[in-house]
Ligand binder design. Structure first.
Ligand SMILES: NC(=O)c1ccc[n+]([C@@H]2O[C@H](COP(=O)([O-])OP(=O)(O)OC[C@H]3O[C@@H](n4cnc5c(N)ncnc54)[C@H](O)[C@@H]3O)[C@@H](O)[C@H]2O)c1
Ligand SMILES: O=C(O)[C@H](O)COP(=O)(O)O
Length: 630
C-alpha cells in the first residue's frame, strides 16, 4: 500500500496496561513499610510527567532514585509482562504481526521489559526505541544511559526526526511526551490513546482520541480484529432490562445505554437515531414508522416472550433481525397461575382486603380445593403445557384447546372445540400468543358457554379478552372470579396511572403484568437474549431469530464473513455470486437459508480483497442489508 502510514506506539499504558515504574515499585518494595507512600510518589511523578507538568528526564531520574531496584526485580517484571498486554492490543495481535515492518515502539521505558512484547508483536529489535538501564557489578540499577535522548526531555521527537521514517507518521500514546512528537512536527497525526488512562490535556492537543486499538485501526482504514469497533455499536435498552444483560454486552465491548420505562412512538423515533441494537420488553411498540426512521438499526431483542409489540414483517423488510427469550420466564408465569387459581378458589384476595379493613369473616362458603377440579387451558404452548403438568401434580384434571397439533402431557386431554372445554372447565386459563387475530377471542359469547361460577385467568395478552364483557359477566355472577395480569392498555412506567373496567370487582385479582417478573426469570432472560444478540453481531448467527431464517454459525476463522439479507425473489443468488466473482472474492464456504419473505446468505471468503468490491454486492437487486464480519 503506497500511502500506508508508519505507526509509532508508546509502551506504558498503551501497548501494556501498566506503568513500568509503578509495577517495579510493587516488586522491589514488597513487604517494606515505605512501600505504599513510595509507590504513591512514583505514581504522582509519572502523572506529572505524562501531563507535561515536569520534564520526562527529571521524572525518570527522580522515580528511579526512589527505588532499590535490582536486575532481579526487572527480570521478574519482564517474565510476566506478556500477561499485561492491553486488552484491545491482545485481540489485534495480527495487525501488529502483519504490519511489523511499519511499526516502531517508542518509549521512555526499559529494554528488558519492552523486548518480550515487541517479540510477541513481531516488531524487530532495531525498531524498539527505548531506554537502557545501567547496573553496577552487583546487579543494582544505578541509572539510565544518559547518552540516549529518550532519557531526557523532548527525547521522543528528536529520536523520530533522526530516523527519517516514511510519511505519513502516526503517533499513538497516552502521555504529553507522545503529543510532543506531533507538536514538534515529527508525526503527521497524533492519537491520544485512552484505553488505560485518559489525560484531558493530551486529548485536547490530539487529532483524535483512540479509546481502543479497534478504534485506531478503524480510523486509519486498517484491518483489525473486528470489522467495526464494538464501542461504536450503540445499544439502547428500555424497560429496566436486567443488569446481567448490560454486563454481558459491555463485557464484549459494546456501548450500552439503559432506561427504566418504555417510550411512546414519537419518543422512540427520536431516541432510535444512530442506535444499532434496541432492547425492549412488552410495553414498547416498534411500529413500521419507527423502523422507517431507524437509520442504523441491525437487531431488536425482546427481553421477554411476546413479540407482538414489534412489526416483524416491517423489521424483516429493513433487514432487522428480531430475537426473544421464548422459555426463560415460562416457569414464573406457571407458578403465578397456580397461585392465583388457589387464591381465587379460596377467595383469599377479598378476605385479605376485608381483614385490612378490620373485618373478620371466617367461613367455608364457596371455598374449594383444587384437587379433582377441571382446568381448561387455552393455548398449549410453552406455558400452557407446563401449567398442565403442575396442575395435574396438584390433582387437577386437565383439558386443553390449541389451534396447532400439540402433544398432550401426562393425562391431559385435548379437545377439538373451544366450547367443549368451556362447558367442562371449573377454571379456564388463557395462554395463547399475542397475534392480532386473537383480539377479543374471549367475550360475552365465550363467558356464556362457561360453567356458572367458573374462574377465568388471563396471563397471556390484554387484547385477548374483551374486558367490558368480562366486567359484565363478573357483575352478573356468571364468572365466579378472575385473575387478570395483562390489559389492553397498560401504563408505560410505574409512575403512570392505571385504569380498567375491572377495577373494584369482587373476587377479581388484578396484577400489573408480573407473570414473568421474578428475579430468576429476569436474569435468565437477560443472559439468554444478550447471548442471541452477541451470536448475531459477532458471528451472524440467527438461532432463535423470529423474523429471519435461522442459521447456526461458528466463529469466523481465517477468512472474512459476508452476511447478505435479501428479499426472497428470483435471481438474487445468481446476482450475488456474479458480484462476488466480479469483486475478486475467493469463496471458502457459502450457506443459504430462506423463508417465504427473506433470504439469508452467509459467505466466508479469503481475507485478501479490495473492500471497495463489496459495493457491487450491495447493488444486487433485492438486497436488504450487507454486513462484513471478521
Ligand atoms: N403475563 C406475563 O408476564 C407473560 C409472561 C410470559 C408470556 N406471556 C404471554 O403468554 C402467552 C403464551 O406464551 P407461550 O410462551 O406459551 O407461547 P407459545 O407460542 O409457546 O404458545 C402459544 C400457544 O397458543 C396457541 N394458540 C394461539 N392462538 C390460539 C387460539 N386462538 N386458540 C387456541 N390456541 C391458540 C398456539 O398454537 C401455541 O401453541 C403469550 O401471549 C405470551 O406473550 C405473558
Ligand atoms: O412476553 C412476556 O414475556 C411477558 O409478557 C412479560 O413481559 P415483560 O417483560 O414486559 O414483563
Amino acid at each position: 500500500m503506497t500511502d500506508a502510514p508508519t505507526f509509532i506506539f508508546d509502551f506504558d499504558s498503551t501497548l501494556v496496561r501498566i506503568e513500568t515504574l509503578e509495577a517495579l515499585a510493587d516488586i522491589a518494595l514488597a513487604g517494606r513499610p515505605e512501600a505504599e507512600a513510595t509507590r504513591a510518589e512514583i505514581a504522582r511523578l509519572t502523572d506529572a510527567a505524562m501531563n507535561g507538568q515536569i520534564g520526562f528526564g527529571e521524572a525518570l531520574r527522580r522515580r528511579l532514585a526512589l527505588l532499590p531496584l535490582t536486575h532481579e526485580h526487572v527480570q521478574t517484571l519482564a517474565d510476566r509482562i506478556l500477561d499485561e498486554g492491553t486488552p484491545s492490543v491482545r485481540r489485534n495481535l495480527r495487525f501488529f504481526q502483519d504490519n511489523a515492518e511499519r511499526i516502531v515502539i517508542l518509549s521512555g521505558g526499559f529494554r528488558e521489559i519492552i523486548a518480550p512484547i515487541a517479540e510477541r508483536l513481531g516488531v524487530r529489535a532495531d525498531r524498539v526505541l527505548c531506554n537502557d538501564l545501567v547496573y553496577d557489578d552487583e546487579g543494582r540499577v544505578i541509572g539510565v544511559d544518559d547518552a540516549n535522548p529518550l532519557s531526557h526531555a523532548d527525547g521522543k521527537p528528536q529520536v523520530i526526526q533522526s530516523l527519517g521514517l516514511g510519511r505519513p507518521v502516526v503517533m499513538v500514546g497516552d502521555g504529553w511526551n507522545d503529543a510532543e512528537v506531533k507538536l514538534a512536527g515529527a508525526a503527521d497525526r497524533f492519537y491520544a490513546y485512552t484505553e488505560i488512562v485518559r489525560r484531558e490535556r493530551v486529548v485536547q492537543v490530539a487529532d483524535a482520541e483512540a479509546p481502543s486499538m479497534d478504534e485506531l485501526l478503524h480510523a486509519e482504514g486498517m484491518i483489525g480484529r473486528w470489522s467495526f469497533p464494538r464501542s461504536r455499536i450503540r445499544m439502547l435498552l428500555l424497560e429496566n432490562i436486567h443488569p446481567a444483560a448490560v454486563q454481558r454486552l459491555e463485557e464484549e465491548g459494546y456501548s450500552v445505554q439503559s432506561m427504566k420505562g418504555a417510550l411512546d412512538e414519537d419518543d422512540l423515533i427520536a431516541a432510535i437515531k444512530g442506535v444499532h441494537v434496541l432492547g425492549i420488553r412488552s410495553k414498547t411498540t416498534v411500529s413500521a414508522r419507527v423502523l422507517e426512521q431507524a437509520d442504523r438499526l441491525m437487531a431488536i431483542a425482546a427481553f421477554c416472550i411476546g413479540t407482538n409489540q414489534i412489526d416483524l414483517d416491517a423489521a424483516a423488510d429493513h433487514g432487522v433481525a428480531v430475537f426473544n427469550a421464548p422459555y426463560s420466564n415460562t416457569r414464573s408465569v406457571v407458578e403465578l397461575a397456580i397461585g392465583l387459581t388457589i387464591t381465587l378458589m379460596r377467595d383469599v384476595a377479598d378476605k385479605s382486603a376485608a381483614m385490612h379493613l378490620g373485618r373478620w369473616n371466617k367461613s367455608a362458603d364457596g371455598s374449594r380445593e383444587l384437587r379433582g377440579k377441571t382446568l381448561g387451558i387455552v393455548g398449549y404452548g410453552a406455558i400452557g403445557s407446563q401449567l398442565s403438568v403442575l396442575a395435574e401434580a396438584l390433582g387437577m384434571r386437565v383439558l386443553f384447546y390449541d389451534l396447532a397439533e400439540r402433544l398432550a402431557l401426562g393425562n391431559a386431554r385435548r379437545v377439538r372445540r373451544l366450547d367443549e372445554l368451556l362447558a367442562e372447565a371449573d377454571v379456564v386459563s388463557l395462554h395463547v400468543d399475542g397475534r392480532k387475530e386473537n383480539t377479543n377471542i374471549f367475550g360475552a359469547a365465550q363467558f356464556a358457554q362457561m360453567k356458572p361460577g367458573a374462574l377465568l385467568l388471563n396471563l397471556s395478552r390484554g387484547h385477548v379478552v374483551d374486558v367490558g364483557a368480562l366486567a359484565q359477566a363478573m357483575g352478573s355472577g356468571r364468572i365466579g372470579g378472575a385473575a387478570v395480569d395483562v390489559f389492553p392498555e397498560e401504563p408505560r412506567t410505574n409512575a403512570d396511572p392505571f385504569d380498567s373496567p375491572l377495577r373494584g370487582l369482587k373476587n377479581m385479582i388484578l396484577t400489573p403484568h408480573i407473570g414473568g417478573s421474578t428475579e430468576e426469570a429476569q436474569e435468565a432472560i437477560g443472559e439468554f437474549a444478550a447471548e442471541r444478540l452477541l451470536g448475531y453481531l459477532n458471528r451472524g448467527d440467527t438461532t432463535f431469530c423470529v423474523n429471519l431464517p435461522n442459521v447456526q454459525l461458528a466463529e469466523v476463522s481465517g477468512g472474512h464473513r459476508i452476511l447478505h439479507i435479501h428479499r426472497n425473489q428470483p435471481g438474487v443468488m445468481a446476482g450475488l455470486n456474479r458480484a462476488i466473482a466480479e469483486a475478486g472474492l475467493n469463496i471458502l464456504g457459502q450457506h443459504l437459508k430462506t423463508d417465504e419473505r427473506s433470504g439469508y446468505v452467509i459467505t466466508d471468503v479469503d481475507r485478501n480483497y479490495d473492500p471497495k468490491g463489496l459495493d457491487r454486492l450491495r447493488e444486487v437487486p433485492g438486497t436488504l442489508r450487507l454486513r462484513t464480519l471478521y
